[in-house]
Structure formats: structure tokens, C-alpha cells
Design a protein around this ligand. Structure first.
Ligand code: ATP
Ligand code: MG
Length: 396
């Protein structure tokens, strides 16, 4: 006799309950009725022949209604087919069954249960019975469902906010592109205005002064007129410089290479920084936005070299490789101080200069790289090329 059986016998006998098969069954049923789980036993073929009282109390059914396969009436008809399929598979394979599904209570409400079924084998290893329990996990399942719903709602909200943020970023990008474009257009208009209107008036004043100089004037008046002639020359030259800075005069007409050549010569003369221009020989005309962006990047970087680097020379390199344009402005100056480099990396920009370059390059689908050490600073802009069709290509 096993240890468990001996203990059972002791307990039964201690309470004056002789150890018989019938008494053991009654003890078992009394214990099973106390359990909060719904319990049942089935034959090897799945026919259920016993339920504990908890089952009848929960479902409000009778043993007659439940006998055999009557349990199907307390199942959700939508879920029952999948339960049947899995239960039949277990009956055939002899493997344990485990599944979550709802069962209808006496009050007509479906609640979720975790059902576990294990086979019981005889000495030869043949299945003779199945023991099943259904544990009420309704609260747990509902909590899990509301958590899932909350998580999904959160995810949807995050997606909506991300979409809103992306849209806001897009319109900000469009706005800043428009602002850059407007600034370029306004500068071009101002440059033309200064050149064509103020420049012409100054030329007329210069002619009038020449007439005055030719007439007979007393020495003081002549000195004043001559002084005026010099001042008009200076104003003319200043206005020409300003209008050239506002808008590269040759960019539209003769293209980037010539306009840069002209600008760099003027810059070297004014700043005393010797600039070498190295432009890819096969660089064709690019679209206007690209040409003006390259020009502005070179212009801003050379101004930075002059203002901040103390370098005596600089190289401007424009290369064209694998459908990508690379613009590099390199100097041999003192380098960008580390704290400024750090700020440029995290905040994106300090002055308008690098910020504007970054913005222009982003509009072109490119990016800016800054490499700087004492003795060498290199500002590199890269972007994919978009070439303008020549008249012949357009016709082809
Ligand atoms: N070639 C360079 N050599 C050394 N330091 C540089 C160089 N270029 C830029 N810097 C440093 O980086 C800083 C940021 O440059 P950025 O062009 O953005 O602004 P800025 O020139 O100061 O002002 P802004 O261009 O708005 O008039 C400069 O203030 C300077 O300290
Ligand atoms: Mg600057």
C-alpha cells in the first residue's frame, strides 16, 4: 500500500470512516465540490460522466442536461468549433488539452475560463479517463484585454502624433524653402534695382560733374566738384560691390563656374586670402536652385575663412561623381574651436551661416559636414545632382 493510501486510511479511520471504495469516492467528491474550479471526468472517448457541484452551481444546469456532450450548450457558439477541434485532437493523440474560452453562467453571462485536461492511464498505459478543470480567469482576461486596448489606443495616438509632427515638419521645410527662395529673389531684385536705377543716376551725376569741371569755376568750387567726382566714384564702386554680393551677376547668364571665378577674384582682392578654384571640368549647368545654393555656400564659407580663420589661403573644390555633387571649402587657419564644433553638432547652428548652408542642402536632399583641426578646416556639402536639360536635350 502506498504512503498516500496509508495516510488516507489513517484519516478515514481516525474519524470512524472505514476505508472502502465507496467511502473513498465520497471523500473525493466532497473535496472536489469544495474547489473553486469547475471539475469533471470523462471516459476515454470524451463522454463526460461526472461534474463537481461547482460546475452545476456556476452553469445552473442539471446532471441530465450535462451528461455526455451536453456541456456544449454552455459554450459560445462562435468559439465552440475551435474548442471541439482541439478537444478531438487531444482525444485522438492522448495529449493534454489546454485552452482559454468563455462558459455561460447561470445568470446568462459568459465568463472566461482556463481549461486544463489531463489523461489518466491504466497500468498498461492505455487512457481510461480524462480529468478536466475550468479555472475562472475572467477578471484576468478582461484586464489583459483592456491593457491591450489601451496599448493599441496609445499606439494609434502615437502614430497620429507622429503623422502630425511629420506634416508640421514638412510644412516647416516648405516654409523655409520658400523663405530662402524669396530672400534670393528679393536680393536679386535689389541688386538689379541698385545697378540699373541708382547706378544709372550716379553715372548721370558723374556726367554733370564732368560738365561742371569743364566750366570756369573758382579754385574752391573746382576743388569741391573734384572731391564730389571722387566721392561719386567711391559710391559707384561700393554699390557695385553690394549688388554683386546681393546677387551673383553672372550666375543666371553664364553659369556657376564663371560666376564663381568672378566672385573669387573679387574676394581674394578685397580679403587678401589667396583662393584656388578647382571645379570639375565636366560640371554641366545645374538647375537654378542648385547653382545658387553652391554659390551661397562658397560665399558664406569664404566669408567665414576671412572673418574667423586667420588663414592666408583657401581652396574651393567642386567635384561631380556618381550622380553626386560635392562642394568643399578648405582653409589652413586656426580651426573651429572645439566648444563651437560641439555646439554646431548638437544645436545644429550658432550663426546664420552654417544654419543657412544646412537648410539649403537639406532642401536639395543633401547634408553638410564640418571637419576642423588647428591648421585645417574643411566644410563639405554633398547632394544628389539634378541637371538642367539643354535646349537640344529638351527637343530630342
Ligand atoms: N573657417 C573657419 N575657421 C575657424 N572658425 C570658423 C570657421 N568657420 C566658422 N567658424 C566658427 O564657427 C562659428 C559659426 O559660423 P557661422 O557661419 O554659422 O556663424 P558666424 O559666421 O559667426 O555668423 P553669421 O554667418 O551668421 O554672420 C563662427 O562664429 C566661428 O567661430
Ligand atoms: Mg558665417
Amino acid at each position: 500500500m502506498s504512503q498516500d493510501a496509508l495516510i488516507g486510511q489513517d484519516l478515514a479511520e481516525s474519524e470512524g470512516w472505514p476505508e472502502t471504495r465507496r467511502n473513498r469516492e465520497e471523500q473525493f467528491h466532497a473535496l472536489a465540490d469544495l474547489l473553486p474550479e469547475l471539475c469533471w471526468m470523462a471516459r476515454a472517448d470524451g463522454h463526460i460522466f461526472w461534474y463537481n457541484q461547482t460546475w452545476y452551481d456556476y452553469t445552473g444546469t442539471t446532471p441530465e442536461q450535462m451528461s455526455g456532450w451536453g456541456w456544449q450548450t454552455v459554450h459560445d457558439p462562435d468559439i465552440l468549433p475551435s474548442v471541439m477541434e482541439q478537444w478531438q485532437a487531444s482525444l485522438q493523440s492522448g495529449r493534454p488539452f489546454e485552452k482559454e474560452f468563455p462558459l455561460r453562467g447561470a445568470d446568462g453571462v459568459f465568463r472566461w475560463f482556463l481549461t486544463r485536461v489531463r489523461p489518466v492511464c491504466n497500468r498498461e498505459g492505455r487512457i481510461v479517463q480524462w480529468f478536466g478543470t475550468n479555472a475562472n480567469i475572467d477578471e484576468h482576461v478582461r484586464m489583459r484585454q483592456s491593457l491591450l486596448e489601451a496599448q493599441q489606443a496609445l499606439e494609434t495616438r502615437v502614430q497620429e502624433r507622429t503623422a502630425e509632427l511629420n506634416a508640421a515638419n514638412r510644412s516647416l521645410r516648405q516654409l523655409s524653402a520658400r523663405l530662402l527662395q524669396l530672400r534670393d529673389e528679393e536680393q536679386r531684385r535689389l541688386a538689379r534695382e541698385l545697378h540699373d536705377s541708382v547706378g544709372q543716376m550716379l553715372a548721370a551725376i558723374k556726367m554733370n560733374i564732368a560738365v561742371e569741371q569743364a566750366s570756369r569755376l573758382d579754385p574752391d568750387a573746382l576743388r569741391a566738384v573734384t572731391d564730389n567726382a571722387r566721392l561719386v566714384d567711391e559710391v559707384s564702386s561700393e554699390i557695385r560691390t553690394i549688388s554683386h554680393l546681393l546677387h551673383p551677376p553672372l550666375l543666371d547668364e553664364v553659369g556657376l563656374s564663371s560666376a564663381l571665378q568672378c566672385y573669387v577674384e573679387g574676394f581674394s582682392e578685397r580679403s587678401k586670402v589667396a583662393v584656388t578654384l578647382d571645379i570639375a571640368a565636366d560640371l554641366a549647368r545645374l538647375d537654378h536652385e542648385m547653382e545658387i545654393s553652391i554659390f551661397r555656400i562658397v560665399q558664406e564659407s569664404l566669408t567665414n575663412v576671412h572673418r574667423h580663420s586667420e588663414s592666408r589661403d583657401a581652396i574651393v573644390r567642386i567635384a561631380h561623381e556618381d550622380g553626386q555633387i560635392e562642394v568643399e571649402i578648405r582653409d589652413t587657419g586656426k580651426g573651429i574651436p572645439p566648444e563651437i564644433q560641439k555646439a554646431l553638432g548638437s544645436a545644429g547652428s550658432l550663426g546664420v551661416g552654417f544654419g543657412g548652408m544646412r537648410e539649403r542642402l537639406a532642401q536639395l536632399g543633401g547634408q553638410l559636414e564640418i571637419r576642423s583641426n588647428p591648421g585645417c578646416t574643411s566644410v563639405i556639402g554633398k547632394f544628389p545632382v539634378r541637371r538642367v536639360e539643354t535646349a537640344a536635350e529638351a527637343l530630342a
